[in-house]
Design a protein around this ligand. Structure first.
Ligand SMILES: *[C@@H]1O[C@H](CO)[C@@H](O)[C@H](O)[C@H]1NC(C)=O
Ligand SMILES: *[C@@H]1O[C@H](CO)[C@@H](O)[C@H](O)[C@H]1NC(C)=O
Ligand SMILES: *[C@@H]1O[C@H](CO)[C@@H](O)[C@H](O)[C@H]1NC(C)=O
Ligand SMILES: *[C@@H]1O[C@H](CO)[C@@H](O)[C@H](O)[C@H]1NC(C)=O
Length: 410
């Protein structure tokens, strides 16, 4: 009886409290948290000075771009066939019509950022088109989009601002990195006093809002983007911090996403879409780390990323995998977890995340990855995307590689 009384009292008190505190979370404070300096010796692959950065060196180095271009021009597959489709995609056209810029974008309860998504993709694909063709019209299209948004976008709001920043923002930085270091583009506007311009925006709106928040795949978006932003900005502290998070943030880094022993993705009980997108974000980070000569996240912990890809591909190809319900992400309670069984929500091979993993492990390193290989085949050509939110796609063009041993140790 007293127990029931307690409950009623508690329930009454709770309802009173709820009546008083009825605010809902509609926005986050601007996420300009501090970047604490990390001692370089504590982070494998850390930089010690700005001059150590490799440019271009986000997703594509000079040598990667040369591989793409030479194989397209020489008619070598898979580059040649991929380029045939890439070059006719609407986002690859020099006459692509820019949809922005907009002053304020929101992602969250209000989402109105598709003009940016489209223009970012056009800036990135035109940057690649310019590199391959050296046609000035592509140079113009890519850089005019970079300058227009670089000067015109002044705020990003909404609870998921960091996702917008980490997905579209990262691709935008990749376009800028190619045009800056290969195309000789000098951005308009930036001054040390502030104001406008691509790198001002990159620092304040993108990088400072990627200082870590979120868990699992969501947190990985911020880490992978922060790596890219730091390289573009030659920001040693930011780069080392992002690298530190990758290996030490147990909610968002590599171990915030994958179990070391079993490679079970920590969101396997949530749904298969987030698991698969997380593979892509982690692989993008691994590319930047590799291109910076900062070690080998692909090989880290006995090829943990490949083991996670195999687990994921196996299950999404309708095979049974072992699932441990004690292995789950931080703050699973936010997304209806922890989960007693593996989730079949969004099960299937429906996202363009396989090429980057396939080429890196199976082709370049010659490793056996039967399920990843089947997943690549099941998805088919990673091409034009109806909803292109953050995925590079076009792996047969941009991630393809020849067989070769990878010698750097970590
Ligand atoms: C854009 O250029 C492509 C070829 O590069 C051409 O086929 C298309 O008609 C052009 N579109 C417009 C709107 O001019
Ligand atoms: C998006 O929504 C926000 C919040 O309502 C608004 O301030 C902003 O102007 C909108 N941007 C676009 C491009 O519609
Ligand atoms: C590129 O832009 C410049 C400056 O606006 C212009 O003079 C030039 O004709 C453009 N070139 C092409 C090929 O569109
Ligand atoms: C997995 O099963 C679903 C549902 O039966 C089916 O639609 C899908 O094609 C299967 N996938 C593969 C790769 O066999």
């Amino acid at each position: 009886m007293s127990g029931q009384h307690y409950f009623l009292t508690l329930g009454f008190a709770l309802s009173l409290w709820l009546n008083c505190v009825d605010a809902t979370v509609t926005n986050t404070p601007h996420l300009n948290g501090p970047i604490f300096p990390v001692v370089p010796q504590s982070v494998p692959g850390a930089k010690r000075s700005a001059g150590e950065f490799v440019h271009p060196g986000l997703w594509h180095t000079h040598s990667n771009l040369e591989t793409i271009r030479n194989n397209v021009l020489n008619g070598v597959d898979p580059w040649k066939s991929a380029y045939e489709q890439f070059s006719i995609d609407s986002y690859s056209q020099a006459n692509y019509t820019m949809r922005g810029p907009a002053a304020v974008l929101s992602r969250g309860a209000i989402s109105n950022y598709t003009s940016f998504t489209s223009d970012v993709r056009a800036a990135y694909q035109n940057a690649l088109m310019w590199y391959i063709t050296k046609d000035q019209a592509h140079w113009n299209r890519s850089t005019t989009i970079l300058d227009a948004w670089g000067s015109g976008l002044v705020d990003i709001i909404g609870t998921d601002a960091s996702l917008l920043v980490g997905l579209e923002g990262d691709m935008f930085a990749n376009a800028a990195e190619i045009m800056r270091w290969e195309g000789g583009w000098v951005e308009s506007g930036s001054k040390w006093q502030g104001g406008s311009g691509f790198s001002i925006q990159l620092y304040w709106l993108f990088a400072r809002q990627s200082v870590i928040n979120g868990q699992a795949n969501y947190g990985m978006v911020s880490i992978k983007a922060l790596l890219s932003f730091a390289v573009y900005l030659d920001d040693v502290t930011m780069y080392n911090y992002a690298l530190y998070l990758m290996y030490n943030d147990l909610c968002a880094g590599i171990y915030g996403n994958y179990d070391s022993a079993t490679a079970q993705p920590l969101e396997a009980g949530r749904d298969q879409g987030h698991v698969q997108s997380g593979l892509s974000w982690t692989a993008n980070a691994a590319k930047v780390i590799q291109n910076q000569g900062s070690g080998d996240l692909f090989r880290f912990d006995n090829n943990l990323l490949l083991r996670a890809a195999e687990y994921t591909a196996k299950f999404n190809l309708n095979n049974t995998v072992s699932y441990n319900p004690k292995i789950y992400r931080c703050e699973a309670v936010l997304v209806d977890g922890p989960w007693p069984v593996i989730s079949t929500a969004n099960q299937g091979i429906k996202l363009p995340v396989w090429d980057i993993i396939y080429y890196e492990y199976v082709v370049k390193r010659g490793l056996n990855a039967p399920y990843t290989t089947q997943a690549k085949a099941a998805y088919g050509f990673e091409g034009s995307l109806p909803n292109n939110d953050g995925y590079t796609s076009w792996g047969d063009l941009i991630w393809a590689t020849s067989r070769g041993y990878f010698l750097r140790s970590f």
